[in-house]
Ligand binder design. Structure first.
Ligand SMILES: [Zn+2]
Ligand SMILES: [Zn+2]
Length: 414
């Protein structure tokens, strides 16, 4: 969403009547190279990937090669509490994540000179080595990342066993490891990790993004926890891993419903927006069905393919999440939320909450191209979901349609 945050801030300062004027200015697109810079374009990336550095089953070069070969522009390897920096040897054993056949396949694919094996095992490629091997200016980028992984433990009682709430947060574009920490509740743990990621960004002097992962995994976080997230937030509305209970259950909401409930509470209390990402959370590179690559991704609009530019765009809400739908444009212009879909036959639903209404209401459903929602002026927020007539070829949940989610825009003063 181009300049959505600026829109919401403009509205906050000037009131609803300013919407048309302010967004008209924001909607102006510069011609290509008008200021000597390339025009902004979409870059496809996955921000949640595991390798042999943690619990993935693929060597790091195998993971990077998978994404680069399929046209992704950027990738973050986000191993658990790990930055792929030190010397590490992974044992080669029969019937394990790394057997002789997989080592032979790595040699075949990347050349024997690149695959360093000793009696200690396979030497895992570091991020620096992967960058030297795979990065190409303007074509492919590795964003330094980590899944900050912690658990909030509820002690055993006489009637219930000890219970762990997983709290997993991806930190993108950090420079140094952000260690997991303890806290007195799942929400406090989440906010402590987010604060630590922000502090690392300040220390390193670079924009960083932290997204809360799979909130329903292990029922680690509920929608009220997401609502209580401090500052501008990001979370996984879609995660490709099949154990994350994305759809909720009989009594607990799915992630998209959680998004609306959290947005309504946050914005009503004067809080910041919450943006949604889609990711793979890849672990399985050899056919295992649980968390294969290619299920969900983001498209980020930036002029150049560098990590700082990508993070700045995400912080401005200028990105969308997808599981198969491609958009050519998302913008707020002249008080109209515009979603221009490339794929044929899609339905665009503008979802939001009007004053006195319910969170997650469908304000407009249309198959117009482009889809346009005209702000009435009393919306707390508006976002869009695009649904394709195609079913996802390798979904998280059977029968799932290919979709895209654009970011919420706040309208009412907060
Ligand atoms: Zn996780
Ligand atoms: Zn993960």
């Amino acid at each position: 969403m181009r300049a959505s945050l600026s829109v919401s801030r403009a509205i906050g300062l000037l009131g609803v009547l300013a919407l048309a004027a302010s967004s008209a200015m924001l909607g102006t697109r510069e011609p290509a190279f008008a200021d000597g810079q390339p025009e902004a374009r979409w870059w496809k990336g996955n921000t949640h990937t595991h390798t042999l550095w943690s619990d993935g089953d693929g060597a790091p070069e195998l993971a990077v090669d998978w994404y680069r070969a399929r046209g992704y522009a950027f990738l973050a390897l986000t191993d658990h509490n790990q930055l792929q920096e030190e010397e590490r040897w992974f044992p080669v054993k029969p019937s394990s994540r790394l057997d002789e056949a997989r080592v032979a396949a790595l040699r075949e694919r990347f050349g024997a000179d690149r695959i360093d094996v000793s009696e200690r095992g396979l030497r895992l490629a570091t991020l620096d080595a992967l960058r030297a091997q795979f990065e190409a200016a303007g074509e492919f980028l590795l964003v330094k990342g980590e899944e900050v992984t912690a658990h909030y433990s509820v002690p055993a009682t006489s009637t219930a066993p000890k219970r762990d709430h997983p709290v997993h947060i991806n930190a993108l574009n950090i420079d140094a490891l952000v260690p997991p920490r303890g806290a007195e509740s799942p929400a406090a743990l989440m906010n402590a990790a987010l604060a630590a990621v922000r502090a690392e960004g300040s220390r390193a002097g670079r924009p960083v993004v932290a997204h809360v992962n799979h909130p329903n995994f292990g029922w680690g976080l509920d929608w009220e926890d997401l609502a209580g997230l401090e500052g501008l937030g990001f979370f996984e509305v879609y995660n490709g891993h099949r154990s994350v209970k994305q759809g909720g259950d009989a009594t607990r909401p799915g992630t998209e419903r959680m998004w609306d409930l959290a947005l309504a509470r946050r914005l009503a209390a004067g809080g910041e927006l919450l943006y949604g990402v889609a990711t793979d959370d890849t672990h399985d590179y050899f056919g295992g069905a649980t968390s294969r690559p290619g299920r969900g991704w983001i498209q980020v609009r930036a002029r150049t393919l560098d990590a700082n530019a990508l993070m700045e765009a995400m912080l401005a809400g200028d990105f969308y999440a997808s599981t198969g739908v491609t958009l050519s444009d998302v913008a707020v212009r002249d008080g109209v939320y515009v979603v221009d879909v490339v794929d044929e036959g899609c339905t665009v639903e503008f979802i939001g909450m009007r004053k006195g209404g319910e969170p997650g209401a469908v304000l407009l459903s249309t198959s117009d191209d482009p889809a346009m929602y005209t702000f009435v002026g009393d919306e707390l927020y508006v976002r869009a979901r695009v649904t394709s007539p195609r079913t996802h070829p390798d979904p998280n949940t059977a029968g799932e349609s290919e979709r895209a989610w654009t970011q919420p825009v706040a309208v009412l003063p907060r």
